[in-house]
Design a protein around this ligand. Structure first.
Ligand code: GDP
Length: 298
């Protein structure tokens, strides 16, 4: 799944890097290292990580004539070690239900990601209840209802304009009644002001916390992997105010710049927990650094 989702990045990058090599191999010297650096930058991984990879290739292979595969293997290993610094596992409550809030700017892929996450959890044996607390967008509520039907899980909705915190409260209540083990709550992606949005999130947190000790257990930020630096900076303010605990990187399949995951982790100081790899219900993967790095380069 990761391999096919990263197909765009891989084919661009590998064609790029392959161009640097002839079949009989090439001497690893400064010229090759500079070329390699330039190709890596094109994945949007950022100069820091590209330098780290270049330096590692230099340390291990400089002065030798090597073939493409050997260089790709070295790059893969280095990327794996850069990415494997923290746990990417979803934090589940000791005693259910686990409450997950999902935040993100409209259009980032939030609703789709919630649907896919719910499917993933449902599929791995969890009983899920969705809460459509983005009551400012009737379309978001409808869309989430369609996902719930597709997955076969319960959903709590409120009419347009209803207090999102009351939807969150009712969702948690319903989950407790049903003996569900995971609650996923959608939240608004835009209000008139940032302050409004933050107050609303605060209120959701409060009511949820009141009902279940330690909740919310995760606050996941959905980011669009195809968005530019601007959108990412915008999301940053958002994430700090919302007290996010992890990232869902959506639309990774739509990007030829999958390397963007490296600067995102650095900028947000948050682990990427899931990646979105398409629009279908099963197009989500738990982020695993090893298979990610391998799918990116080999
Ligand atoms: P929201 O406004 O943040 O709730 O965004 P939506 O969930 O409605 O998604 C916006 C668009 O992005 C829709 O057309 C989705 O089908 C699409 N989308 C969301 N996630 C992914 C993904 O992982 N891959 C691809 N290719 N498209 C996605």
């Amino acid at each position: 799944k990761m391999r096919s989702g990263l197909q765009k990045t891989r084919s661009t990058l590998n064609t790029d890097i392959r161009d640097l090599f002839k079949s009989e191999g090439r001497l690893v010297d400064d010229a090759l290292l500079d070329d390699l650096f330039a190709k890596l930058i094109r994945t949007d991984m950022g100069t820091g990580p590209a330098e780290t990879i270049r330096d590692d290739v230099a340390k291990r292979l400089r002065g030798r004539v090597v073939k493409l595969d050997e260089v790709l293997e070295t790059i893969t290993e280095q990327t794996q070690s850069m990415l494997s610094q923290e746990s990417t596992e979803l934090r589940l409550a000791d005693s259910p239900p686990t409450v997950i809030l999902v935040v993100g700017v409209n259009g980032s892929g939030k609703t789709t990601s919630i649907g896919k996450l719910a499917y993933h959890l449902h599929h791995t044996g969890h009983k899920v209840v969705l809460g459509a607390a983005d009551t400012f967008r009737a379309a978001a509520v409808e869309q989430l209802t369609v996902w719930a039907g597709r997955i076969g899980c319960d959903i709590v909705t409120g009419n347009e304009g209803v207090d999102p915190a009351s939807v969150a409260y009712q969702t948690v209540e319903k989950a407790i009644d049903l003996g569900a083990d995971v609650v996923i709550i959608d939240t608004a992606g835009r209000l008139q002001t940032q302050t409004n949005l933050m107050q609303q999130l605060e209120k959701i947190r409060r009511v949820v916390e009141k009902k279940i000790e330690g909740a919310p257990h995760e606050v996941l930020l959905v980011l669009d992997a195809t968005a530019g630096q601007n959108a990412i900076s915008q999301a940053k303010g958002f994430s700090e105010a919302a007290g996010c605990t992890g990232i869902i990187l959506a639309k990774l399949d739509g990007s030829a710049k999958g390397g963007v995951i490296l600067p995102i982790r650095e900028q947000f100081q948050l682990p990427v927990k899931f990646v979105g790899l398409g629009e279908k219900v099963e197009d989500i993967a738990v982020f695993d650094p090893d298979s990610f790095a391998r799918a990116l380069f080999t």
